[in-house]
Ligand binder design. Structure first.
Ligand code: SAM
Length: 222
């Protein structure tokens, strides 16, 4: 019998979002594969869990997928954690699941649900979210204009990720195409400096000029 692969959601900033099921799963597995081993070790340390942590990131997929499959084949239970939130969105979790489902279909793949930056932002955006587009991060160079053209063309609620370094540029790009598009900027969700800004794109360009832009962002457009 192969082991089980657990896809474990982790907090997006607030340790009180750790669930009992997340903890018991991480306690029970034989090995944790992590997008960033330092981040995972810090989480495990806070939870007082001692378990082997191995790297599984975009760069190490080809090499590490064999180790994941070997562990499962030997009957060991494996957990995968991304940097934060629910794996599979803008992290290597999707590729991991794809490979295990294809190459070892008898291994159960179990989601351990929990925080998600996208869903948390959508839950407070106040826009219809029965259907939504997730556009991920804007490309830094190649494809950037097309990306923002596609964002402008999206007629349903649209979600973007952004970092502290490019939040101004990204909101400027959106406002230059659609100054009146309604927007929510969700900063540092679940953390001490959580800030939810609402307005049109052009209003938020002005607000951002004087606001703190440290931290992590999800942008939601109506
Ligand atoms: N798997 C994650 C999820 O749950 O949606 C997202 C992974 S994505 C690579 C990381 C990005 O999510 C960050 O760069 C930031 O844009 C966003 N993010 C993560 N945590 C956040 C938080 N606490 N507040 C706002 N945005 C956050």
């Amino acid at each position: 019998m192969p082991g089980t692969l657990y896809i474990v959601a982790t907090p997006i900033g607030n340790m009180n979002d750790v669930s009992a099921r997340m903890t018991s799963t991480l306690q029970s597995v034989d090995v944790v594969f992590a997008e960033d081993t330092r981040v995972a070790k810090s989480l495990l340390h806070k939870l007082d869990i001692k378990v082997t942590v191995k790297r599984y990131d975009h760069h190490s997929h080809e090499k590490q997928i064999r180790h994941v499959l070997e562990e499962l084949e030997e009957g060991h239970d494996v957990a995968y954690v991304s940097d934060a939130g629910t794996p599979g969105i803008e992290d290597p979790g999707g590729r991991l699941v794809e490979s295990v489902a294809r190459d070892l279909p008898e291994a159960p793949i179990v989601p351990i649900s929990g925080p998600s930056a996208i869903i948390t932002a959508l839950s407070v955006c106040g826009f219809p979210a029965d259907k939504f587009n997730v556009m991920g991060f804007a490309p830094k160079k190649k494809g950037r204009q097309t990306y923002f053209d596609n964002v402008a063309a999206s007629t349903i609620t649209t979600v973007l990720y952004e970092s502290t370094h490019r939040i101004h540029k990204t909101v400027d790009e959106i406002a230059s195409r659609q100054p009146d598009r309604k927007m929510v900027i969700a900063r540092e969700l679940t953390k001490k400096f959580e800030t939810i800004m609402r307005g049109t794109a052009s209003e938020l360009v002005e607000r951002l000029a004087t606001a703190s832009t440290k931290g992590e962002f999800v942008i939601v457009l109506e």
